[in-house]
Design a binder for this molecule. Sequence first.
Ligand SMILES: [Zn+2]
Length: 144
Amino acid sequence: MNEPTGKTLKRIVELHSLEDILNTFSQQKVKTSEVTAQIEALRAQIPAKMLRQHDHLRLRGKRSVAEVRNGVCSGCHMQLATGVLPALLRGAALQTCDHCGRLLYIAPPSPQPTDAPLVQPPATDAKPAKPAKSRARKKDLVAA
Ligand SMILES: [Zn+2]
């Protein structure tokens, strides 16, 4: 299979989230055949070697994929081994984390800036503003 690695990774990430959905659904006794079908379709498109890796980690109750942030694996929070990040950026081959074995992927840049301060609404224990209509009107009259 000579597909770009990015494509395979995208499928595994998708497979991962579908499995999560399936798990939630099973717990809620929701009909799962549609999700199962999607999972089967995805699995058919992922190289067997990668599937084994994915299943292996999943069976141990782990996520099989980990996002790379600033050269650090988001699965185990360890710095990636030398050469892994450049290889990932080149999309040369699927890379796994040396520490936790997860399949690594670089997340597309998120649309919202992450370092923006959270806007906190001001504390609202102040008394609601009194309607000052009558006074305002009087003032207007005086001013006029
Ligand atoms: Zn890791």
